[in-house]
Design a protein around this ligand. Structure first.
Ligand SMILES: Nc1ncnc2c1ncn2[C@@H]1O[C@H](COP(=O)(O)OP(=O)(O)OP(=O)(O)O)[C@@H](O)[C@H]1O
Ligand SMILES: [Mg+2]
Length: 181
């Protein structure tokens, strides 16, 4: 089983993946690490201080690190680009843009990168990409003011089939449009 956890940088993907992996005994795959090893990095965005991964090559690269019968979690803002053929669940974590701005500023991200990511969150980018890539089981979770274990419990419910995956309820646009450039 492969579980994608996507969402704008800073929403809590790695934190949730770590806790989830302990609960369900799955391995966490570091997509950035794999991208470097497999040389699918297109370049380095200096102003954003991050590597640019070639999305079209992610699936092939990741297949090398997957064994049949084992469970994997891929927490990355590009995990929605993995082929839906090999992905079982695609979780999209959301976070209040105002809170996200504070969290990213605390990380000492450059101003431009903070605002780019806030914009990405307001525009539902990761969710839209997940839908465009035709993932079958997409589940969106607004993590704002929610405890890590509470979020992980919801994810486990979806995986176990005790809750139906759904998306489309989170909408920041009305309230936070003024934060866009
Ligand atoms: N539900 C939560 N409640 C409180 N704090 C949280 C929660 N989720 C994440 N955090 C905190 O928010 C910060 C960002 O989390 P994390 O690094 O997991 O985000 P990320 O989505 O993996 O970011 P990136 O895309 O840059 O890797 C961390 O300091 C983490 O402890
Ligand atoms: Mg992370």
């Amino acid at each position: 089983m492969i579980i994608c956890i996507t969402g704008t940088p800073g929403v809590g993907k790695s934190t949730i993946a770590k806790r989830l992996s302990k609960r369900i005994g799955a391995n966490v795959l570091d997509l950035e690490e794999i991208a470097k090893k497999e040389k699918i990095v297109k370049g380095y965005d200096r102003s954003a201080r991050s590597y640019v991964i070639d999305e079209t090559k992610i699936t092939k690269a990741i297949k090398k690190y997957i064994e049949k019968g084992k469970d994997y979690i891929v927490p990355n803002h590009l995990s929605q680009f993995i082929s839906p053929k090999i992905v079982d669940f695609c979780f999209v974590l959301r976070y209040n843009p105002k809170k996200l701005e504070h969290r990213l500023k605390r990380r000492k991200y450059p101003k431009r990168k903070v605002m780019e990511n806030v914009e990405t969150e307001i525009l539902d980018s990761c969710l839209i990409e997940s839908i465009q890539n035709k993932h079958r089981k997409i589940h969106e979770i607004d993590t704002s003011d929610r405890k890590i274990d509470d979020i992980v419990n919801e994810i486990i419910k979806i995986i176990n089939g005790r809750k139906k995956p759904s998306y489309g309820k989170t909408s920041w646009m009305k309230k936070y449009e003024s934060m866009l450039k």
